[in-house]
Design a protein around this ligand. Structure first.
Ligand SMILES: [Zn+2]
Length: 467
């Protein structure tokens, strides 16, 4: 009740349009920060290998794991979270392809056990300056936030245009000064600008991630040092050959898929470069399901989690263009399932991602669980799926963001990002949809607090529709 009263008192601030006020308000709603937390009698999924360690205590101080064991002394002032020997503690989840930058979306991610997000474009400077630092320090409820700055070579897709190598080099410094962690390259960049981003990025420790660049191609991009491919389907456009490739953005028949024989050479060049690939199967499958079918988006507008999608995003979903396309993408969806499964079998480092909330049907947080389900259905083991949502994103950030705290596995010294679940996620991944508690950025949120975060967001959006 106390927490609900706090939220009620904070509600008037929600109409405020400034980030500063939003930040103040959010901090009142954030879970109580206690420096030391002991999670006792939990069954641990460290996610370093496929194993469970029964009946452990995990001690967290100032957001870091400081001890793990079966007989860890617990400081007197510690908050105790009791796992009762029957519950499971796994690393928090990472969505490595989002376009969210609102405090509302951040609460929804957290309530879904998503403790790390990589914004792949569109994070405003207001959010980067005034919300992200407080959120990453645990003063505002939300996941740990990384961001890429998107650059393209033409205005075709509405991205920030960089026309020359000189501009590219200047852009790296500007993005870094403004707190972005990565340069995200987009389709129409010139080969010379792409190369300048790679070289200047290397000098300034800003890794290059992103799409296939049409005039370069993913093989040459990864050979040059691009560390992450932002969508598995990028390989359809710049690597694999198929009869209707020219129609990728048009309205021609789209129901052909590449020859599966082309998969092994692609896997070879990804592995040779130790590059990461976003296994965003749910993204393409969701696009395919609404391709030419307005009734599908209409159905999305009535799903229960639509309450947690902002009003302006709901309007944009309603006017999105996929429903006006012709053709059928189902053969390509089947191909991508096979491609992703073969990448997993070949130990290509995969990271989960969704593109939420830009694609109609993909609500922040909820959609990451849909991606986990889709990957399992494609034939990945639950351990492979969970690795792509925890350990591998941790490795990717560790390799590319200087000074970032380690995360993604449960071990001493790592950032304390956890989900406590009723069942073993390696038996049933869907148990992660209903966390018993989440720890992120040093704060512990028990189940009622997670529900309160969701309710607060839904109420805010309901009120916006009433005004
Ligand atoms: Zn995206």
């Amino acid at each position: 009740m106390k927490l609900l009263a706090l939220i009620a008192a904070a509600l008037p601030f929600l109409c405020s349009s400034t980030f500063a006020h939003a930040a103040q308000q959010q901090s009142t709603a954030a879970a109580t920060t206690i420096a030391t937390t002991a999670l006792v009698s939990v069954n641990l999924l460290p996610m370093d290998t496929d194993r469970i360690v029964r009946n452990q205590t995990v001690l967290v101080e100032n957001g870091k794991i400081v001890a793990i064991g079966s007989a860890v002394p617990i400081p007197k002032n510690a908050r105790i979270v009791n796992g009762h020997g029957s519950t499971f503690l796994s690393p928090g989840l990472a969505d490595m392809h989002v376009h969210s930058d609102t405090t509302g979306d951040m609460q929804v991610y957290l309530a879904n056990g998503v403790t790390t997000v990589l914004n792949m474009g569109g994070a405003s400077s207001g959010f980067m300056d005034q919300v992200r630092p407080d959120m990453n320090r645990g003063k505002i409820a939300g996941p740990h936030f990384f961001a890429g700055f998107v650059v393209d070579g033409s205005p075709q897709y509405g991205q920030f245009v960089v026309a020359t190598p000189e501009q590219a080099r200047a852009m790296v410094g500007l993005a870094k000064t403004n707190g972005y962690d990565f340069i995200k390259v987009y389709n129409n960049l010139s080969p010379a600008s792409f190369q300048a981003f790679i070289e200047e990025g290397r000098k300034q420790h800003m890794a290059v991630i992103g799409h296939g660049v049409t005039r370069v191609g993913l093989e040459r991009q990864l050979d040059a040092g691009q560390i992450l491919v932002a969508h598995a389907e990028e390989f359809l456009y710049t690597t694999f050959s198929h009869p209707d490739k020219e129609n990728a953005g048009g309205s021609g028949q789209m129901n052909s898929a590449p020859d599966p024989d082309e998969i092994p050479p692609a896997i070879a060049f990804i592995k040779r470069n130790k590059a990461f690939v976003t296994a965003d199967l749910i993204t393409y499958a969701t696009i395919a399901s609404q391709w030419g079918k307005p009734e599908v988006v209409e159905r999305y507008m009535h799903m229960p989690e639509i309450r947690y999608l902002s009003p302006d995003r709901r309007i944009r979903w309603g006017s999105d263009g996929y429903t006006k396309r012709q053709g059928d993408l189902s053969a390509r969806v089947e191909f991508l399932k096979r491609f992703i499964k073969e990448m997993a079998q070949a130990d290509v480092p995969l990271v989960t991602g969704t593109d939420a909330p830009t694609i109609p049907g993909l609500v922040p947080g909820f959609s990451l669980h849909d991606d986990l389900r889709a990957l399992e259905a494609a034939g990945l083991s639950r351990y492979q799926v969970l690795s792509a949502a925890t350990r591998t994103p941790g490795e990717m950030i560790h390799r590319s963001v200087p000074g970032a705290e380690p995360f993604g596995t449960i071990k001493v010294g790592n950032r304390a990002d956890f989900i406590l679940s009723a069942k073993n996620p390696l038996d049933d991944l869907s148990t992660l949809r209903t966390p018993l508690g989440v720890m992120a950025n040093g704060n512990w949120y028990a189940e009622p607090e997670l529900h309160a975060l969701l309710d607060q967001v839904a109420d805010k959006y309901d009120n916006a529709f009433k005004h």
